[in-house]
Design a protein around this ligand. Structure first.
Ligand code: KE4
Length: 422
């Protein structure tokens, strides 16, 4: 019996998060035994160069010595108290220093909790029900966000999952990412009933799709004019594309920001925060309720703090960006030499690869037409060569500071061989 078959006897689908099941690429998922630096070590004895990085958190590479030391030290003092601790203040202060739009913050345990709570806060602050999100963006699995576009921009949203009440779906308007005119049209019609916009300032859940010139500015201006709350979901881009996140890279100030992944350094920690006048509506100061047994868990705080202290080192992002660019340029060159149409994106430690001649990727409709079969062949070809990419064509990839010339070189060499076969 395989490890996956054994897991499936007890765990729904054999995994604790669907994308891990390899449904997007076929075959059985790999089981990780350990990881160090840029490498995963699997239960069946393989050493793989890892570009998933636990879906983003592992920007320092796996089992970073300083992070492990910090977590071990915290664990020796106890695991969880359900009472305030100094290290919660230390991480909160560090995040507010690195992202000045965040004047006040609340720690939670997952990105889903962060976005769900931010939306409830925006609704409570404005007294409005409707929210705007964008097709192809993913903000976790809370009910208001598992919604796809209705037949037209102004029509009611429809659930993208069973179990989401239609009565809730109708409050979510789903628009086309990068379509600033559609946003303006909705605000012209419904502006004073829009509680918030939630957006990935660089979309990373439909592969990697950056904002076009003026798109984020339109969101900012429309929210300001109508008193709606602009929420930047930086769970993925926060500390990934730049030290101050996408909001720093594009110099746009959101009203609220959600964080996760790197903010917890690989431990279950996430956060939402922003304007103090909005955050003061959150319990216990205000009436908008939100809570969590393990919120601010000291081990997770220790991992997050050690990670942020490492990435604020001078030159960290220059080096990380150069490493990612080295990878992408090498892959682009290898694909070109093999006559394989490949569209790529890169910013900071984040990259996108899409098998299409229709680049650059700026709309969900382009991603939807990408060559998924070619991606699947590429994924397995690279895995056979010891390179682990995200097992889905709709995910971004991640480089860590532990990826060096050796790892990038091996990856490009592997791709050169694989591109000849797909
Ligand atoms: P979590 O609840 O998975 O911690 O965070 C949800 C979330 C929110 N916002 C953004 C922009 C996100 O990317 C995510 C989660 N990302 C996915 C993969 N892109 C996590 C992987 C998984 O679902 O297993």
């Amino acid at each position: 019996m395989s490890l996956f078959e054994d897991a499936r006897k007890y765990i729904a689908g054999g995994v604790n998060s669907p994308v891990r099941a390899f449904a997007g690429v076929g075959g059985e998922p790999l089981f990780v035994k350990s990881a160090k630096g840029a490498y995963l070590y699997t239960e069946d004895g393989r050493q793989l160069i890892d570009y998933v990085g636990s879906w983003g958190p592992m920007i320092l590479g796996h089992a970073d010595a300083a992070v492990i030391k910090a977590v071990k030290k915290a664990a020796e003092s106890g695991l969880s108290f359900g009472a305030p601790t100094v290290i919660e203040t230390m991480l909160a202060r560090k995040i507010c220093q690195l992202m000045p739009s965040i004047e006040k913050i609340r720690m939670v345990s997952s990105g889903t909790e962060a976005t769900m709570s931010a939306i409830r806060l925006a609704r409570g602050f404005t007294g409005r029900d409707k929210i705007i999100k964008f097709e192809g963006c993913y903000h976790g699995h809370s009910d208001s966000l598992l919604i796809k576009a209705g037949s037209g921009a102004l029509t009611l949203g429809v659930p993208s999952s069973p179990g989401v009440p239609a009565g809730l779906a109708e409050h979510t308007i789903t628009l086309d990412y990068n379509d600033a005119d559609a946003v303006k049209a909705v605000f012209a019609e419904l502006g004073d009933s829009i509680a918030c916009i939630i957006v990935e300032p660089i979309a990373g859940n439909m592969n990697m799709v950056p904002p076009v010139e003026g798109f984020l500015e339109t969101l900012r201006n429309e929210c300001t004019a109508s008193g709606s709350v602009l929420i930047f979901d930086e769970v993925m881009t926060g500390f990934r594309v730049a030290l101050g996140g996408a909001q720093a890279a594009f110099d746009i100030k959101p009203d609220l920001t959600t964080l996760g992944k790197i903010a917890g350094g690989g431990m279950p920690a996430a956060a939402f925060g922003g304007r103090a006048d909005i955050m003061k509506h959150l319990a216990p100061e205000g009436p908008v309720y939100q809570a969590g047994t393990l919120s601010g868990n000291p081990l997770a705080m220790a991992a997050g703090l050690a990670t942020l202290q490492a990435i604020e080192r001078p030159g960290f992002y220059e080096s990380l960006s150069a490493r990612t660019r080295q990878l992408i340029d090498g892959l682009q060159g290898a694909a070109g030499a093999a006559g394989v149409p490949l569209s790529t994106e890169a910013m900071g430690g984040m990259f996108g690869l899409v098998f299409t001649a229709d680049g650059p990727m700026r709309r969900f409709s382009q991603i939807a037409k990408a060559d998924l079969d070619r991606f699947r062949k590429f994924f397995h070809g690279m895995l056979d060569q010891g390179i682990y990419l995200a097992p889905s064509a709709f995910e971004a990839g991640f480089v860590s500071s532990a990826h060096g010339d050796t790892e990038i070189g091996r990856t490009i060499d592997a791709a050169t061989r694989v591109f000849e076969t797909i």
